[in-house]
Design a protein around this ligand. Sequence first.
Ligand SMILES: C[S@@+](CC[C@H](N)C(=O)[O-])C[C@H]1O[C@@H](n2cnc3c(N)ncnc32)[C@H](O)[C@@H]1O
Length: 275
Amino acid sequence: MTPDSFNFLAGLVKARSGIVLTADKGYMLETRLGALLRREGMPSLDALALRLRGAGAEPLIAEMVEALTTNESSFFRDGKPFDHLKKLLPRLAAARAPGQPLRIWSAACSSGQEAYSVAMVAAELAPLLGGRRVEILGTDISREMLARAQDGLFTQFEVQRGLPVQMLVKHFRQEGTRWRIAPELRAMTRWQYFNLLDDLRGLGRFDVVFCRNVLIYFDAPTKTRVLAALAGQVAADGVVYLGGAETVLGLTDRLVPAAGERGVYEPARPAARAS
Ligand SMILES: C[S@@+](CC[C@H](N)C(=O)[O-])C[C@H]1O[C@@H](n2cnc3c(N)ncnc32)[C@H](O)[C@@H]1O
């Protein structure tokens, strides 16, 4: 692939998703886009670049971007945020007006393990939530992952990663070699295509936002923009959870680390903000 083709494809991916492909990621384009090239009868990434420069390329561009997303996920990933959530939800439930649901957003939800982990926590905590409804929204730019999440059907390998066996038995039903999430947990969830580069305000306010292991793919200005927008959508007493390799430090002062907690961020009080 010529440097010009690489720069063109990487520029498209960044503009559409925020994902930065550094010059050493040529191999990644080759491996992840191989199937698409074969199907379209294109001999090389240069041919793909040429096609995507032409008119009517939108569907193929979207497919390319989707193929370049990394969708790794697991149940109760990194543990700690879910321990924190167990303490947080009863407090938020007690602070909300009667009838008001708790809204939780799994931004960049991939195949749904994060959102379903939240649903399991909420189900386990039900007696402490006073009958309050919990609504979980999972969003992603991968339509394939969203379809999988919505299906709620996981392989043996997936349920063996991070999910305690008693939770598996309690909240899933076996279907052949796979495991389906229980309907009452699925009923707490809704799934929607949403790009974190787009205007978040249409999604409404959330009590809790999980935005984990996606900012790592963005450059600093994009991280800043997304974090500031997230801060605007989270309740004043709510939290944003980020991944273990992600932080707000040096990016925005609209979210501040929760004292003594890793990966937990709270909206800054307006007076504490410099900008
Ligand atoms: C590594 S997965 C993280 C899944 C889950 N949050 C977790 O931590 O286990 C990253 C996800 O981010 C999604 N993604 C990448 N860019 C995005 C964007 N601009 N808007 C929304 N989702 C995006 C990818 O499609 C992928 O499913």
